[in-house]
Design a protein around this ligand. Structure first.
Ligand SMILES: [Zn+2]
Length: 173
C-alpha cells in the first residue's frame, strides 16, 4: 500500500513533476505578486522547487544527513544527482541492503514533500528530527513486512533496525 505511494512519489520527483511553486509561477502571473508563495516553507531561505527541496534545502539536508547511514549510504551527499547516480549503479541489485537504501530514499522524499504540504496547506510544522523519526519508523515497519533471504548478512542488517522477528524471512515455504 504505502510502498506504492512512496515509489510513485519518487518517480514524480525524478521526472520533476511535482507542483512546486516555481512551476505554478510559470503559468500563474497573478501569484507572482505574492512573493511569500514562492518561498520554501522548510527553510524560508530559498524558493520552492524540485532542486531545492531534494536536497538543497537546509531542512532537507539535515533530514537526509541523519537518515542516510541507516540506509547504507553514509557517504552519499545530499546532492540529488549523486543520490540518483548511486541508485542507478545499483538498479539491478536485489540485495537486502540496496532494498533498504531504496526504502530510505523513497520515504525521505515522500515525507519531505508531505512536510512541505503540511506547512503550505495546514500550517503544521515538524522539526527535522521528528521527520527523521517518522522516516525511520516507516522503513522499519516496511522491513517487518518484507520477505527477505534468511542469511547471516540480512540478519545483521535487520539487527541494526532492531528487527529480530523471523517471520521476515522467506524460507520458500
Ligand atoms: Zn528550503
Amino acid at each position: 500500500m504505502a510502498g506504492h505511494k512512496h515509489a510513485f512519489l519518487m518517480w514524480l520527483v525524478i521526472r520533476r513533476k511535482l507542483l512546486t511553486q516555481d512551476k505554478i509561477l510559470q503559468w500563474d502571473f497573478s501569484r507572482r505578486k505574492n512573493m511569500n508563495m514562492i518561498c520554501c516553507l522548510l527553510c524560508y531561505a530559498n524558493i520552492d522547487s524540485h532542486d531545492h527541496l531534494f536536497f538543497d534545502c537546509s531542512y532537507s539536508q539535515r533530514v537526509w544527513n541523519s537518515v542516510r547511514s541507516k540506509g547504507g549510504m553514509p557517504n552519499v551527499s545530499s546532492d540529488w544527482s549523486s543520490i540518483i547516480d548511486w541508485m542507478v549503479h545499483r538498479s539491478r541489485s536485489k540485495s537486502a541492503s540496496v532494498y533498504i537504501s531504496r526504502l530510505v530514499l523513497a520515504a525521505t522524499t515522500y515525507f519531505i514533500w508531505q512536510e512541505r504540504n503540511a506547512r503550505l496547506f495546514k500550517n503544521q510544522t515538524r522539526p527535522p528530527e521528528a521527520l527523521c523519526d517518522v522516516i525511520l519508523d516507516t522503513v522499519r515497519y516496511k522491513l517487518m513486512g518484507a520477505k527477505l533471504k534468511n542469511t547471516l548478512r540480512v540478519k545483521e542488517l535487520l539487527r541494526a533496525w532492531e528487527i529480530y522477528d523471523t517471520r521476515v524471512f522467506d524460507d520458500g515455504s
